[in-house]
Design a protein around this ligand. Structure first.
Ligand code: ZN
Length: 561
């Protein structure tokens, strides 16, 4: 089924809720192992049906946020999904307490049950109104970002369309572009502040109602962090300060020298080469044609995967007014179809769509027949391992995207992989402080951000652009509003991806095999176990960060101009 033809109909709350309660009764009443397994399967299939509708309304709303119909459907799903949590939790409880639990564990392993136990800790019927409020506030943030219309260069542009100007060789153009976007954000500071204030309060209430002293631990449960906790994450951040920040600082100082500025301002930060960053060549059609060739050559499975995506029209990548910002990959269970959403803007970021987002899509494509589907659902760090490693494992095909600028692309990709990590852990540390101290006044949040900037990105000069100077950069980071504690995942995954890169430098085929094996496990193992079993150095041992970054640093030293 092609994406545009996938039928949508609103999952009516009463109908779905009643059906699920009936399944619950039948599951509890199962007298034999076979009966128990059969009802379990029916529940999975039924849930895939209405969940697919929620995914479809989300995707179609993001494709055109001005479409009233899907706006209404998205609002409806924001409101209904929390209400369905109650029966979902009862189902989880029934599975955990089932007399056939041992049989299910023997068939499917225990991870599914560990995850269920964690999920139970994230919900009580009392928090339904708070969850609805949280959804509503996140959607409001998203809508405000998508509504941006910036007058620049004689045009009216979205935030995504502003992207290429930040990499313009003319410093004045970069500065003006960054200012134009920042000024638009400054126009809405009361809204950014009040939305966040409400989100923090709502989440804190959720934490308290769930018996925690604040939201932080709930953030960990929601992200299904198994096998590590906040102490391990703290150790990782310390490792970053000790081993990655100095390397990133040196790379950024070299960048400043290369582009001929004495201080690296926010509008110089993305600009890596004096003659411009590597930009993809050709039209979006050319990019897709080469992407298809790349996956055809990479492996038989990736070839079939790409054909599947193109045949079913599972890409929407061109930017246009009213389309939501950023990029994502979602999965529509009924059609076993991943869907890739992006905003092409002519920068190297467009190629990420065919490597990073396609890495996500490839993983969900590979997991599409895993049963129970819960085991196909890997956690977020694992998902980012899939995507960020794919970015590196597709290096041999980059010439078809970047032509004579390929060497520049390699350099900027590898260097930004390293310089990204301090930013990523900064976002993570910020959120720990925020949710540990929910009464922090708005201006202190900005002060906190500035302190973290100095700790993690001491090379960056924030002056000249009030939005940054005031410590508001975090307000442009959607995850902080929409997906609390979803960020350390990228940093952990980046370390794993760099390990795959190191391995691919020595033996491409072996690295691909190792990666493909890891992808094949989908969500049947935890992040910690996947990394261990693949023989990749654990990011939770600080010294390993030095080992992993060393190879990248060596390559960068040899290949810098
Ligand atoms: Zn991703």
């Amino acid at each position: 089924m092609k994406f545009p033809n996938m039928p949508y109909s609103r999952p009516q709350f009463e109908e779905v809720n009643t059906a699920l309660y009936k399944y619950l009764e039948r599951f509890k009443a199962a007298a034999t192992k076979d009966e128990c397994f059969a009802v379990f399967k029916e529940i999975e299939e039924y849930s895939e049906g209405f969940n697919s509708m929620f995914v479809l309304s989300f995707i179609r709303n993001s494709l055109d946020t001005t479409d009233k119909f899907y706006e209404g459907e998205k609002d409806y799903s924001d409101e209904v999904q929390p209400k369905l949590e109650e029966v979902a939790q009862e189902l989880l409880m029934a599975v955990l307490e089932s007399p056939f639990r041992k049989d299910m564990e023997a068939a499917w392993g225990t991870l599914l049950f560990d995850k269920a136990e964690m999920e139970l800790k994230t919900f009580k019927p009392e928090i339904i109104p708070d969850l609805q409020e949280e959804n509503r506030l996140s959607t409001e943030y998203d809508k405000l970002v998508a509504s941006a219309q910036i007058e620049f260069d004689g045009k009216t542009l979205t935030l995504a369309q502003m992207g290429p100007y930040y990499e313009n060789p003319d410093r004045e153009v970069r500065k003006a572009a960054m200012e134009a976007s920042a000024n638009w954000r400054m126009k809405h500071i009361e809204k950014w502040d009040s939305l966040f204030e409400s989100l923090v309060k709502t989440r804190h209430t959720i934490g308290e109602k769930l018996g925690q002293k604040n939201f932080t631990q709930i953030g960990y449960y929601r992200m299904e962090r198994l096998g590590y906790d906040r102490n391990d994450v703290e150790k990782f951040r310390e490792g970053v300060v000790k081993y990655i920040v100095p390397v990133a600082k040196r790379l950024k100082e070299e960048q400043a020298k290369r582009i001929g500025v004495d201080k690296l301002k926010v509008y110089d930060d993305p600009y890596i080469f004096p003659d411009g960053n590597a930009m993809p060549i050709g039209t979006p059609e050319d990019i897709f044609a080469h992407g298809k060739k790349m996956y055809a050559e990479l492996s038989k499975e990736t070839d079939e995967f790409m054909q599947f995506m193109l045949d079913r029209e599972l890409f929407d990548v061109l930017t246009r007014p009213g389309k939501s910002g950023g990029g994502y990959c979602h999965y529509i269970p009924t059609y076993k179809s991943p869907f890739i959403f992006a905003n092409f803007n002519g920068t190297a970021g467009d190629i990420d769509v065919l490597t990073h987002e396609a890495g996500h899509a490839y993983a969900s494509y590979r997991a599409r027949n895993i049963y129970p589907s819960q085991l196909g659902n890997y956690t977020y760090e694992i998902a980012e391992v899939h995507s960020m490693s794919m970015e590196f494992l597709t290096w041999p095909w980059m010439r078809g995207f970047f032509g004579i600028q390929t060497e520049k692309y390699y350099y900027q990709h590898l260097a930004s992989a390293l310089t990204f990590i301090p930013y990523g852990v900064m976002v993570d540390e910020f959120q720990h402080h925020i949710y540990d101290n929910p009464n922090m006044p708005a201006d202190e949040r900005n002060t906190l951000w500035l302190k973290l900037e100095a700790k993690y990105r001491p090379w960056l000069d924030l002056s000249d652009t009030p939005f940054y100077e005031e410590g508001r950069r975090w307000q442009a980071q959607a995850h902080i509003y929409e997906r609390p504690f979803y960020y350390i995942d990228y940093c952990l995954a980046q370390m794993v991806a760099l390990s795959f890169w190191t391995e691919a430098q020595k033996d491409k085929a072996a690295a691909w095999q190792k990666y493909d094996t890891l992808v094949g496990f989908a969500g049947t193992k935890t992040f910690v176990d996947l990394v261990k079993d693949a023989g990749i150095p654990s990011p939770f041992v600080p010294e390993n960060l030095e080992i992993v970054s060393d190879a990248a640093v060596k390559w960068l030293n040899e290949n810098s101009k």
